[in-house]
Design a protein around this ligand. Sequence first.
Ligand SMILES: [Zn+2]
Length: 194
Amino acid sequence: MENLENLQVLREQARTQSQLLEQAEDALTQTINEYNQARRSHFDKEFKRKQLFWCTECHEIFKGEGQLILLEGVREESCGYENSCYRFDTYSELHQTCPSCYQKALDRHGWVGTTDSQLHKTPRYHAFRVETRSDGLFACRFGEWQALNPEMKVPAIWDHVIEKLCNEWKLPPKLEIKFGRLKDPEWIVAGEPV
Ligand SMILES: [Zn+2]
């Protein structure tokens, strides 16, 4: 009987400790999120201070200001399990490019590919100049200036590019939590989730 009571006490102790672990984990997650957000905003400021921009076409970093351009068209994309299929995607994207990618895009403007015999779609490519005005962004589509949807944003700089720069600039590292054991209550109280 005494042995059973002892088991009960230890079981309660494990339950309390696992609750404490859970609270500590929540607090840790919050702290790490705050840290990563503050780190990101520090990175953005540094990026601005150094007067850099990221070319969304060649994905290189350049000094100065990128040139905005509106890219539209129909492109082939792989899809399905292990990219076993393909489909055609109609897109309209705002990009920010380096001088060389800007020129390449304008040179390619008007390109039309061959019509796909199965899906009956034709890939095509258009590049339109973009101007920043006091009332927003305007693109010159076939000779006509049109206001762009204000929700249209240049793709954000890729995470791994940020991490590479953070290493070079010796900014503090990103923090991550690896969940698993802590998220699994059975690890704490075997057989009976808390
Ligand atoms: Zn580029």
